[in-house]
Write a protein that binds this ligand. Structure first.
Ligand code: NAD
Ligand code: MG
Length: 400
């Protein structure tokens, strides 16, 4: 029986995870849930899963949780823990066997790192944690015997297609027949929008992804394709391949979730419907396959599979990400922090869609010209993250 801690349970990945968990009461039990807002939803989830613990950000949120719990009429409430430290402690608690890391942004890093240092089985959706602290995170996983299972659909696909060493991956895949990783991208809602219209697109348009239903931040990231850039950096850390061996290909149907090309010319691909319950169930069941609730693949309805190269004029964020990866960890922290600030401002209608790459570019440039040493601890990473958020706020144009 796995005892789960679901970090970010009220989000899009959190909800999909609970949907899969409910199908397997014989093997999956929820020990703890966490959320930053929507306390009514958290209370309903806690009542349904009979979680022993919930973690909320503030005393005020705790009050709102308890009110929502009483209104639901259920018996004794779960233990309610408050704050970031409690979140990290809960992810590392001895009762927990597996942690779903599904908080959005670098805010999820400390708890994901705590899970790694406690040697948990980690289902990683929170890609920003790897972008901000890839080296430290992978080291903690290795040193503390944690098991890392990628949930991001592309990385889950690659994980399924990679050469294996028992149930784990080969350490150096490029010397075991892998030629390159092919990360597929849908191209998002603006794949074919005339370039001159991008200045005026709205948050609603940016969040209306053609194939996937996701949280708002990752939806905007998909529209700028910074999401694919974060995924390139994520793949670099997860699969030990150089940036030159990672290629992004636009595949508008989102049926192939990524591919691995081998030196003999073979390409292995993982296909499936665009439904995150598939990679989540893969992670929860690993190494077995379990039901995810996703139906039979409609093969006959699939007329064609298209592929095209990404246009870097349309998607400058993709190039910025490759550049940051080649530059090093500090540039990656700057890239992610600047993007989080810029996307939040765009969602608040304070900056334009096309300001997002400008802000990121200015902050990464600042990071490169004042090259700080590589961060050697979680505290270093968090301090750099805070610093680049401040720089990013200063670099945001004031439009209203
Ligand atoms: P979401 O916005 O729907 O949910 C985010 C969750 O994190 C919520 O439960 C929220 O309460 C919590 N949260 C937000 N800010 C927090 C903070 N500062 N501290 C603690 N908790 C906080 O996001 P999502 O779409 O579910 O994405 C979650 C992560 O998974 C992201 O890193 C995203 O890139 C990744 N991911 C998502 C998808 C998808 O289909 N949604 C696919 C691949 C990867
Ligand atoms: Mg993805």
């Amino acid at each position: 029986m796995q005892q789960l801690c679901i970090l970010g349970s009220t989000g899009s990945i959190g909800e999909s995870t609970l949907d899969v968990v409910a199908r397997h009461p014989d093997r999956l039990k929820v020990y703890a849930l966490s959320a930053y807002s929507r306390m009514e939803r958290l209370a309903a989830q806690a009542a349904q899963t009979q979680a022993a613990v919930v973690v909320v950000p503030t005393e005020d949120a705790r009050q709102r949780f308890l009110e929502a719990w009483s209104a639901g009429g259920a018996a004794k409430p779960p233990e309610v823990r408050v704050g970031e430290q409690a979140l990290a402690q809960t992810a590392a608690a001895p009762e927990v066997t597996s942690v779903m890391a599904a908080i959005v942004g670098a805010a999820g890093l400390p708890a994901a790192m705590a899970a790694a240092m406690a040697g948990k089985r980690i289902l990683l959706a929170n890609k920003e944690a790897l972008v901000a602290a890839g080296g430290l995170f992978m080291k903690a996983v290795a040193q503390h015997g944690a098991q890392l299972l990628p949930i991001d659909s592309e990385h889950n696909a690659i994980f399924q297609c990679m050469p294996r060493n028992g149930s784990g991956l080969m350490e150096d895949p490029l010397s075991h027949g892998v030629r390159r990783l092919l990360l597929t991208a849908s191209g998002g809602p603006f794949r074919a929008t005339p370039l001159e219209q991008l200045d005026d697109v709205t948050p609603e348009q940016a969040c209306a992804h053609p194939n996937w239903s996701m949280g708002r931040k990752i939806s905007v990231d998909s529209a700028t394709m910074l999401n694919k850039g974060l995924e390139v950096i994520e793949a670099y850390w997860l699969f030990s391949v150089q940036a030159d061996a990672i290629e992004v290909v636009i595949h508008p149907q989102s049926m192939i979730h990524s591919m691995v090309e081998y030196t003999d010319g073979s390409i292995l691909a993982q296909l499936g419907q665009p439904d995150m319950r598939t990679p989540i169930a893969y992670g929860l069941g690993f190494p077995e396959r379990i039901d995810s609730g996703v139906g039979t693949f409609p093969l006959s309805g699939l007329a064609r599979l298209d592929f095209q190269e990404p246009d870097l004029r349309r998607f400058p964020c993709l190039k910025l990400s490759f550049d940051a990866l080649r530059e090093g960890q500090v540039a990656c922290i700057a890239l992610n922090a600047a993007n989080e600030v810029a996307v939040a401002r765009f969602l608040d209608r304070k900056v334009r869609f096309t300001d997002i790459p400008r802000i990121i570019s200015a902050v990464v440039e600042d990071a490169v010209s004042h090259a700080a040493g590589e961060p050697s601890s979680l505290e270093d990473v968090l301090a750099l993250d805070r610093h680049f958020r401040t720089v990013a706020r200063q670099r945001c144009p004031s439009r209203s």
